[in-house]
Write a protein that binds this ligand. Sequence first.
Ligand SMILES: Cc1cc2nc3c(=O)[nH]c(=O)nc-3n(C[C@H](O)[C@H](O)[C@H](O)COP(=O)(O)OP(=O)(O)OC[C@H]3O[C@@H](n4cnc5c(N)ncnc54)[C@H](O)[C@@H]3O)c2cc1C
Length: 372
Amino acid sequence: MADPSVRVTLIEKETSYISCPLSNEVLSGERDLASLTFNYRGLGKRGITVVRDEVVGIDPEKRVVKGKGKGGYPYDRLVISPGISFRWDAIRGMSEAATETIPHAWKAGPQTTLLQKQLKAMRNGGVCIIVAPPNPFRCPPGPYERAAQIALYLKHHKPKSKVLILDAKDAFSKQALFVEGWKRNYGDMIEWISAAAGGAVEAIDPKKRVLTGSVEEFKGDVVNLIPAQKAGALAEIAGLTDASGWCPVDQQTFESKLHKDIYVIGDAAIAGAMPKSGYAANTQAKVCAAAIVAALNGQPAPEPSYVNTCYSIIAPDYGISVAGVYQLKDGKIVDVPGAGGLSPANADARTRAIEVQFALGWFRNITADMFS
Ligand SMILES: Cc1cc2nc3c(=O)[nH]c(=O)nc-3n(C[C@H](O)[C@H](O)[C@H](O)COP(=O)(O)OP(=O)(O)OC[C@H]3O[C@@H](n4cnc5c(N)ncnc54)[C@H](O)[C@@H]3O)c2cc1C
């Protein structure tokens, strides 16, 4: 839209996109995956060439993207947004194969359905364990919203059951608001054990669903282990990651610090104070697009502004949020002091109910922005 002379091609390995935002609601039965599934036809209508292919390599010297299905795609500028991959070796006994019985459900799709099925099959009085990953990871409030959505299902169908969160951390996003919301909506059904209190999981026996913490063992009827994370595999294959496993970028343009004319956005990028969220990825895409258009026209990169809001739905009429506005300072993305912030503590029922409507409105807006 900023420069119609630029030809844009999207290479995507899947035929449709299943949104992780709102996918925790599938676990409570409040929605289905179909309501979170989008196709790429809208992009075609905007003049974007959409190619279905899996990218297996990038040649930064020749400026060619290598596809699995075709020879190659030449580019002047390349943007990649490959999402995350998992560090299977972070917990002894865990593996990709084990996700057939111990779902992560951290990429929405069949894994979400598997976790939902396991919850449905669980006995009343059972324990669902969520293993929350160490920082940094995709969607910092996600595991805690998930605990609430699972509790919503259990409250209606298996009220003697429990949700136990074993955490690799000692603090988490919107913590006080979550704890207040859990208590108000689900009493003592949700329990959180911090790393310091023995919640950091060191090993798992996937068959027995037994987890070894630093102090004691835990046995779950259902175990949702969300592994530690790093940038999506493509970033590693293309040599865009550093020792941290994530992609260092110029935070004004998102150009890789390791390869010229390749830009990395979304969860895979190291983006200063911004969390790894879909909204963050979307705003980064816009900053990056503006920088590319400027570069192609021989102009300096514009001064960027970035934004993020993460809503969490604790119950159908109980939402909370955290918002951030960011600026570039000394080459780093930092918070704009006094902008953004958290939902108020101890808010009235109307405020919490309105935040659910804001969450749903946000979802409609961002998906229309992306796919229509
Ligand atoms: C339970 C949950 C709830 C969440 N809720 C929210 C929320 O409320 N708000 C929010 O803002 N964020 C939320 N998030 C986070 C959000 O989903 C991610 O931050 C966002 O998806 C990141 O976008 P991305 O482009 O980096 O990666 P992705 O969304 O994973 O996109 C990567 C794309 O690249 C494609 N791809 C990867 N490798 C290749 C390849 N080699 N060749 C071709 N294509 C490839 C994939 O198929 C995929 O379509 C949530 C996440 C989870 C797990």
